[in-house]
Design a protein around this ligand. Structure first.
Ligand SMILES: O=C(O)CCC(=O)CC(=O)O
Length: 286
């Protein structure tokens, strides 16, 4: 049984609209052709890296080469409305983002992939593992949540971005992505990630905020059968470790690791710890 989640009082009832639509249309709306890159051997087991709101696939720079060197075919994607992927008009649902990812796997001829998702990428991974278990070999859920704050906050953020652009939220977001110490020690890399957020199309960013505001994941976690690792950043203000703990309790057999010295983009701030944990998980579940 999933425990009631006191932080998501208005997300505990099943979302009839979402479940009706996902049962009749598990792939969501018409998929778009996502932008992606590949590293590593084409015949290796596929690892799909799926990132956070406001990012592009460069956020996985610290992991791409090490995972490829370990023999994995590493596929990094830009969500719809992000990076170099198309920007269909919103709002979006997690089902839409998951449908784009399965369409990409189809294009690549991959039946099942190891899913590594951070924040929004983890939310899409939870959706996919629950609704399309045939496509997910293993699941790594990094710095993510089933309820990262009240839906109104996400709808307010979407409205701000639609009115003023992503530049309006870039400073606040990058302050959640990295600890103050890391930002002070890495001003160029902080500026690079701030620019990544500010370059995200407003329609894409805002529409993904709506996907987060309307998602209903808590009830489906017990269905997940993929071997699951939950990684949290000890200093993550956006999806704090107790959010990861709740996921790890609800997904059968899930392992949990809390990484010290990491805020929201823990894979960038603590690349060694994150990559080692991912490799241990992937190699332990071939
Ligand atoms: O990063 C995500 O995918 C969702 C959480 C978030 O937006 C963190 C932030 O930038 O504030």
């Amino acid at each position: 049984m999933t425990e009631p989640d006191p932080t998501e009082p208005d997300r505990t009832e099943p979302d009839r609209t979402e479940s009706d639509r996902t049962e009749s249309d598990p792939a969501g709306s018409t998929p778009v052709d996502l932008h992606f890159t590949e590293h590593g051997p084409a015949d290796g087991p596929t690892v799909l890296l799926s990132g956070s709101l406001g990012s592009n696939l460069d956020m996985w720079d610290p992991q791409a080469e090490p995972l490829a060197a370990a023999g994995f075919r590493v596929v990094r994607l830009d969500h719809r409305g992000h990076g170099k992927s198309p920007v269909p008009p919103g709002p979006y649902r997690l089902a839409d983002l998951a449908g784009d990812a399965t369409a990409l796997l189809d294009r690549l001829g991959v039946r099942r992939a190891h899913w590594v998702g951070l924040s929004l990428g983890g939310m899409v991974g939870m959706w996919l593992a629950a609704h399309r278990p045939d496509r997910v070999a293993t699941l790594a859920l990094c710095c993510t949540s089933t309820a990262p704050g009240p839906p109104e906050g996400w709808l307010d953020r979407a409205a701000t971005v639609r009115a003023e652009g992503t530049v309006a939220i870039a400073d606040a977001a990058v302050a959640r992505w990295f600890t103050p110490g890391w930002r002070a020690a890495n001003p160029d890399r902080t500026a690079h990630h701030r620019a990544m957020i500010a370059a995200t199309p407003a329609e894409g960013y805002a529409s993904c905020c709506t996907a987060i505001a309307t998602m209903r994941l808590t009830g489906v976690l017990p269905r997940i059968t993929a071997p699951t690792l939950v990684l949290s950043g000890a200093e993550d203000p956006a999806t704090p470790p107790d959010h990861g703990e709740r996921i790890a309790r609800a997904v059968p057999g899930a392992a949990l690791e809390v990484v010290p010295g990491a805020a929201h983009l823990g894979n960038v701030e603590q690349p060694g710890r994150f990559t080692a944990a991912l490799l241990h998980h992937l190699e332990g579940n071939p």
